[in-house]
Design a protein around this ligand. Structure first.
Ligand SMILES: Cc1ncc(COP(=O)(O)O)c(C=O)c1O
Length: 402
């Protein structure tokens, strides 16, 4: 894969060699170019976009433009200016939901949403008189377009759905869901936090009206970056008001995109890193990244399936899920399993993963689970080592009791 320091995915972290299998939380390592771009931005061109006309300020504005264009090209939209740069997916989702939902609106959603969607919808239910219906969970695909019509009401105004669940790994058929929603005049908002950069996603072709992404997972950029796409013709209210670097003579917030959504100084160094990451993904291609991650996942799934006492949640077909899987081992506490793995420098995530609804759907709400998630730099050695350690943990649980 990549040349240079990241040839070996078990790169040093805090002076130790680790096997990092928590890419669903945040990807690691990043392409080497990402850190270089952040550092170069801070050291050489850290101007403030839209503020002033000197070289640094113009370079900062140009950088934001390049990020929008790279995002637009990678994720299949025609209009780069309809990408607002945000601080993460949570920020983008809040902007979309709070900017679009009006008092009394009814919102349809899935049963496997992350708290970024679930809690924002609950907030709108409590404070804006919105109502909410969760579509039934359909194992394997999260939600089905066939269910949509029977939950529509005259007040239904939006369908919001995750593309790939960070807990079940299910890939929701968002293209078919959008087609079903559009048949009833309903726009859709897609939470692509776990899919952008890692799974095929063609926003315009699939007819997705709004899409929220985060910069630091599959997009391989720095934390503190993300973006919200809103198709031309669909308007939302800005969440924040303030300085945009434009129309500074006026104390009224401007309404042109993208600045209407981007008050305040943007994360320039983060955007420089994100741009390097987007270019790296474009050169590598999402198809190649996906194919690699499916191979790594299939190895893990097959190996886990052979270990007595390991319970795998969801399908054992890697090509039918995002690059992550939750398991439990015998009656062991997931935190104990993750701790044992970390003793061998294998980093996973244990417990509940910021998505109560998805854990309910997966029947792990009381116990949690251990999540393994791969990335473009995960190697066969990594997944072999992880499977071997899980087998040892399961064996000692069987021998000595949980
Ligand atoms: C499906 C999903 N949605 C939203 C988010 C929120 O992403 P961020 O924390 O970057 O805002 C996550 C992060 O775990 C996620 O997995």
């Amino acid at each position: 894969m990549e040349t240079g320091q990241h040839d070996n995915p078990t790169v040093p972290a805090h002076g130790r060699q680790v096997i990092y299998l928590d890419n669903a939380a945040t990807s690691f390592p990043k392409p080497a170019q990402v850190a270089e771009a952040v550092s170069e931005n801070i050291a050489t061109v850290a101007g403030s976009a839209g503020r002033g006309t000197h070289t640094f300020a113009v370079a900062a504005s140009q950088l934001l433009y390049e990020v929008r264009r790279a995002m637009s090209d990678l994720l299949g939209t025609r209009e780069p200016t309809r990408w607002a740069i945000t601080f993460n997916a949570t920020d983008a989702i809040n902007m979309a939901l709070k900017g679009f939902i009006k008092p009394g609106d009814h919102v349809l959603t899935t049963s496997i949403e992350h708290n970024a969607v679930a809690r924002t919808l609950r907030y709108l239910e409590k404070n804006r008189g919105a109502t909410l219906t969760k579509l039934p969970h359909v194992p394997g695909i999260g939600a089905s377009p066939a269910d949509l019509p029977r939950f529509l009401t005259p007040k239904t105004r939006l369908l919001v759905m995750v593309h790939a669940s960070n807990v079940t790994g299910e890939i929701v058929p968002v293209r078919e869901m959008a087609a079903a929603a559009h048949a009833h005049g309903l726009p859709v908002l897609v939470d692509a936090s776990q899919s952008a950069g890692a799974l095929p996603l063609e926003i315009d072709e699939w007819g997705l009206d709004m899409v929220a992404v985060t910069g630091h997972k599959g997009l391989l950029g720095p934390q503190g970056t993300g973006a919200l796409y809103v198709r031309p013709g669909l308007e939302i209210e800005p969440l924040r008001h303030g300085g945009t670097g434009s129309f500074s003579e006026s104390d009224t917030h401007p309404d042109g995109w993208p600045e209407t959504m981007e008050s305040g100084t943007m994360n320039g160094p983060g955007c420089a890193g994100l741009l390097a990451a987007l270019r790296w993904i474009s050169a590598r291609t999402v198809a190649a990244i996906r194919s690699h991650e499916v191979q790594m996942m299939q190895y893990l799934l097959d190996a886990f399936a052979e270990i007595p006492g390991v319970e795998i949640y969801g399908t054992r077909r890697a090509d039918m899920r995002a690059g992550l899987v939750c398991i439990n081992v015998a009656d062991l506490d997931p935190a104990h399993v993750a701790h044992e793995l970390e003793q061998h420098l294998i980093l996973t995530r244990a417990g509940l993963h910021c998505a109560a609804w998805a854990h309910q759907a997966q029947h792990t709400i009381n116990r949690g689970a251990v999540r393994f998630s791969v990335g473009p730099f995960t190697s066969l050695d990594d997944v072999e080592a992880a499977a071997r350690r899980v087998a040892e943990i399961a064996r000692s649980a069987a021998t000595f009791g949980a």
